[in-house]
Design a protein around this ligand. Structure first.
Ligand SMILES: Nc1nc2c(c(=O)[nH]1)N[C@H]1C(S)=C(S)[C@@H](COP(=O)(O)O)O[C@H]1N2
Ligand SMILES: [Mo]
Length: 514
């Protein structure tokens, strides 16, 4: 208990120190961030699959549990060998400092929170454990004193005050730690300039508004994913344990590397440019067949090709390495950013400023590529380079350096489970961004492929909805679907898992009709 109390005090005050002086360097956050970076790709995939959007919370809870277990162990060691506790707490602090200063967004005071945490725990653990020792010795004396030979009443022994004092000190120590951590959390939310700036932000009216969506594009079938994904429901995938807080006032984007005219763009300059609206469906390479790591939004932004034209890439360059404020990188083929598609620096998502978790104030959106090679959030740097010279974050983990989105489809209705017999409907979505979908077919119980009715697409850069009336007969049924792209490719039945370049295979739903 003494070990846990000392470490809780240190960690709590460390979190508070971070909130006040180095918001991106809280001890738990930097350790978590370092773990995310060193964890093998399969571990990250498993975490995303198991916990989904709660993966970060799960990691924090895991770190806290492991830390408390270590703290208890240190307390026990200290009771055997005095002073070893201080050394071990100091070592924990040093581990935190190393994690903090090696983070990409480490500031000058990055070392401070973990130094405070380790130092405080190291100073507290010895005295606390000695109190525990005193309490235990007194308890031992009391136990001995209750033997029949001792006829004094138990309450007269000096044991109780010393035990009670130990518990009081331990509880008080831990409580101060918890209060400090809570105060830190409050401070973090209260002083976030980025959040305040976002709340006050009015996006400029688009110079080129998106064409209206064809009325028939949205099918409004219960259970079918909405054509436009509301921001609050949009999937989130990133390596950021703490959502980066980028104040637009201090944001700038550097374009450099193999270019004739390196340039820097500020927030005010970006907002003054003629911004364009476009609908693009974003998809994650980790999306399993039938999975939900995909969504469509109306984005507001400025075409990256215009900025690259100004910077003038040199001959031989074939890639743009985009970098986020927290160090994440993505490798996007240069030709994709210079052709005429809506590859943009986005500032708006569905008529609102980008939500914090989706990259406020500026992110990239590139139709046709998976997010890990194109959709850098909190983007601050574009380096024009070559695929044989630079390697992006996920490519170092074994994912493909280029990630064109595979032709895919999904059955949303009916869900796996029980369906009522009679007139029914099969419906879903299909996508191959920047190529478009020409046909979706459905096969029930391995029977012939039947063409579904395809709703009009918003554009080739978005998913399309489809549906097929179905008379559901009693019994068990297997429903499959497959799409054909606008260029004539038929969605492959070959099942592939997401690593290294995206899942493939026909989606399948099994229903029991009753
Ligand atoms: N800075 C940063 N940007 C990032 C990532 C990240 O980890 N860090 N993940 C990418 C991946 S893998 C995907 S699929 C998309 C997801 O974007 P969303 O969270 O807005 O849906 O963001 C991309 N941009
Ligand atoms: Mo992703």
């Amino acid at each position: 208990m003494a070990g846990i109390a000392a470490v809780v005090l240190g960690a709590g005050v460390g979190e508070l120190t971070a909130a006040a002086f180095a918001p991106s360097s809280s001890p738990v956050t930097v350790v978590g961030g370092a773990l995310i970076d060193v964890a093998p790709g399969w571990a990250k995939e498993t975490a995303i699959r198991l916990f989904g959007a709660a993966d970060k919370m799960a990691l924090v809870v895991g770190i806290v549990i492991v830390l408390l277990a270590i703290a208890a162990g240190i307390g026990i060691l200290e009771s055997w060998t005095p002073s070893i506790g201080a050394v071990l707490c100091g070592a924990l602090g040093v581990a935190g400092i190393v994690a903090a200063v090696t983070r990409a967004d480490a500031g000058g005071l990055a070392w401070a929170p973990s130094a405070v945490a380790g130092g405080l725990a190291a100073f507290t653990i010895g005295p606390l454990v000695r109190r525990a020792g005193g309490a235990m010795a007194a308890h031992g004396a009391r136990t001995a004193a209750t033997r029949p030979t001792d006829d004094r009443p138990v309450r007269d022994r000096p044991a109780e005050p010393s035990r009670r004092r130990f518990f009081a000190w331990t509880a008080a120590t831990a409580l101060v730690g918890v209060a400090a951590a809570a105060g830190g959390a409050l401070l973090q939310t209260g002083t976030r300039a980025a959040g305040a700036a976002r709340a006050a932000l009015r996006l400029p009216t688009p110079a080129a508004p998106a064409a209206p969506i064809p009325a028939a594009a949205a099918l409004h079938i219960p259970g079918l994913a909405p054509l436009i994904t509301p921001n609050g429901q949009f999937y989130r995938v990133d390596t950021a344990l703490l959502v980066p807080q980028v104040d637009p006032g201090s944001w700038s984007l550097r374009i450099h590397g193999m270019v004739d005219h390196p340039l820097t763009l500020t927030w005010t300059e970006l907002l003054a440019l003629p911004l364009e609206e476009s609908y693009t469906t974003l998809a994650c390479v980790s999306n399993e067949v039938g999975g939900s790591l995909i969504g469509t939004a109306k984005w507001l932004g400025y075409p990256i090709r215009h900025l690259l034209a100004q910077a003038r890439p040199r001959a031989g360059a074939d890639m743009v390495l985009s970098r986020s404020v927290d160090g994440f990188t993505a490798s996007t083929p240069l030709e994709v950013l210079t052709d005429d598609r809506h590859a943009i620096l986005a500032v708006g998502m569905n008529d609102a400023p980008l939500p914090m978790v989706h990259g406020f104030p500026v992110r990239m959106v590139v139709p046709g590529l998976y997010g890990y090679v194109s959709a850098t959030k909190w983007v601050v740097d574009l380096e024009v380079t070559r695929f044989d010279r630079a390697t992006a974050y996920w490519t170092t983990q074994g994912w493909a350096p280029r990630g064109p989105i595979k032709l895919e489809s999904r059955i949303d209705v009916p869900r796996t489970g029980t369906v009522h017999a009679g007139e029914s409907v099969i419906a879903g979505v299909a996508w191959q961004q920047h190529t478009g979908v020409a046909k979706v077919e459905v096969s029930v119980d391995g029977g012939p492929w039947v063409a579904a009715q395809l709703a009009p697409a918003i554009s080739a850069d978005t998913w399309v909805q489809w549906h097929l009336p179905w008379y559901a007969d009693h019994g068990d049924h297997v429903i499959r679907c497959r799409a054909t792209s606008a260029s004539g490719e038929v969605q492959t039945s070959r099942q592939a898992s997401p690593v290294p370049d995206g899942a493939s295979g026909w989606p399948e739903t099994t229903v029991h009709v009753a």
